[in-house]
Design a protein around this ligand. Structure first.
Ligand code: 4AD
Ligand code: MG
Length: 466
């Protein structure tokens, strides 16, 4: 007799009707009445539990029904199609072996817990239906992203996690050093820490973005992407910011900003379609318990054209808005989450690209527009989440690039390897970064980034309360 996975049973139970099968799994629910008991078993391979019917004639009946929730068992029995039952099939147990007992104080008894409460149990919460569904969606989305780029001939580049450059020029980096802060560190003559004596011979950090490194590869392969962890020491304690998050950054050569937006729009639609198609059970759960109507919303989205407008147009809309914003709106100021959400949720009711932001609020590598005031940047904003994607066409004119570095106090000598790409066959190119967790939030309706990260790292999250 072969051990079967629960998923296999749900996809092809018809082939096993009347046959003896064996499953291994955890007890999710258990109830008993006089001569008969019911177990709901799952091994985590599929969303739904398998119902196991246990007659009191099974020799360890009493012991089985005294087991705590999440004890593990091996069940042998016949698969049957019950006439009047909710489920299509169940297993009539003939033998149950106890593989592992779960203590009676197991904290996740069968009742609904809040996501906040479950966050206090990072190693257990993925056993609940909602988190189980979230992390399966996360996995499927990651696969869909690779599939999308692979089908289009993109080369996947693993950009480094440790780097000496600050890709966003925002200085929100975690330092990587082997210097011991408890001991004296080598100093330069003027009293600064001497990083030339450190492990890498220069001040090094965890990457905030793989963009600069992947641009080099775009000049060799035309179509590339990186998908990896990124780190930002932002002190923003919001439901949308994490210190460690994953980012997908494609970069395309012989391309301008509209090409970059087309790619972003195609990708978002493709990956949403993929998950809707692959994980209907999980999506139904989100629709019922997390965000009503999410399936319909996403189905509509994949058929729609995303709105595109300039930052200047966005500011005009916001200035005319019949709404009081906490942060003021005026040309030159960065859009805050409340502005982004107003545009997507109350004006356009769907995703929008905002383009051509003022150069002073954007990064040094973005292409300066002819007006000399704005850059060829774009953000994709979506309802509920705000900024999902940030991208741009890159400055390919070396003089202009060096000028932007100078204006933004970036030491151009440190980025020679990057600016030199313009001197050796540099062509117009661009790309974007999709915040992976924000995509998972949008796909599931989850409202806090901490609930879509397997082990979230945010300000103070490692503190152990004693
Ligand atoms: O807009 P950002 O900062 O853009 C870049 O890093 C560019 N280098 C991307 C590129 O052009 N290749 O970040 C990109 C996206 C944001 O739109 C947001 O979705 C996400 O990354 N993001 C965060 N997600 C979670 N926590 C944070 N602290 C995030 N910061 C940015
Ligand atoms: Mg951004």
């Amino acid at each position: 007799m072969k051990k079967m996975e629960i998923k296999q049973l749900f996809t092809s139970y018809k082939d096993y009707v009347g046959k003896e099968i064996e499953i291994h799994g955890w007890i999710k629910k258990s109830r008993e009445s006089k001569n008969i008991g019911f177990l709901e078993i799952n091994d985590g391979t599929f969303f739904s539990n398998v119902q196991v019917v246990v007659e009191s004639s099974v020799n360890n009946f009493k012991e089985v029904f005294s087991l705590g929730i999440y004890s593990a068992v091996k069940v042998k029995g016949i698969l049957v199609e019950p006439e009047s039952a909710k489920q299509d099939f169940e297993i009539q147990a003939s033998e149950i072996e106890i593989l592992s007992e779960s203590d009676k104080d197991y904290p996740l008894q069968n009742k609904r817990h809040t996501f906040e409460f479950l966050r206090t149990m990072p190693s257990l919460r993925m056993r609940t239906n909602a988190f189980n569904a979230v992390f399966r969606v996360r996995s499927e989305l990651a696969y869909a992203i690779h599939k999308f780029f692979n089908e289009r001939g993109f080369v996947y580049i693993h950009t480094p996690i440790i780097t000496a450059s600050d890709a966003e020029g925002a200085g929100e980096m975690f330092r990587v050093t082997t210097f011991n802060p408890d001991k004296e560190t080598p100093r330069t003559e003027d009293g600064h820490v001497d990083y030339t004596k450190d492990f890498f011979g220069a001040m090094s950090n965890l990457t905030v973005s793989g963009q600069l490194e992947v641009e080099g590869f775009a000049m060799a392969y035309s179509k590339v992407y990186t998908f990896g962890p990124t780190f930002r020491a932002e002190h923003s304690n919001t439901p949308r910011h994490a210190a460690e998050f994953w980012m997908i950054e494609p970069e395309i050569a012989f391309a301008t900003l509209p090409d970059v937006m087309d790619l972003a729009e195609d990708m978002v639609k493709y990956i949403i379609r993929h998950v809707l198609d692959k994980l209907p059970e999980e999506m139904k759960l989100f629709d019922s318990f997390v965000e009503k109507g999410i399936i319909e919303k996403l189905n509509k989205l994949v058929e729609s054209d995303f709105k595109r407008l300039t930052y200047t147009e966005a500011i005009e809309i916001l200035e005319k808005a019949d709404k009081k914003f906490e942060y003021p709106v005026s040309w030159g100021l960065d859009l805050q989450t409340e502005h982004e959400r107003y545009l997507t949720e109350e004006v356009f009711h769907g995703p929008v690209f905002v383009t051509d932001y003022p150069k002073d609020i954007k990064s040094f590598y973005m292409k300066l527009n002819d007006d000399k005031k704005t850059v060829a940047a774009m953000d994709m904003l979506v309802p509920g989440v705000g900024e999902l994607i940030g991208g741009s066409e890159r400055e390919n004119d070396i003089e202009k690039l060096l000028k932007q570095m100078e204006d933004k106090n970036i030491k151009s000598e440190d980025y020679k390897w990057y600016s030199d790409l313009r001197r050796y066959g540099g062509v117009s190119h661009g790309g974007y970064g999709l915040g992976f967790e924000r995509m998972v939030m949008y796909m599931t309706g989850m409202k806090n980034i901490r609930d879509v990260l397997p082990y979230p790292r945010t300000v103070n999250s490692m503190k152990i309360d004693k």
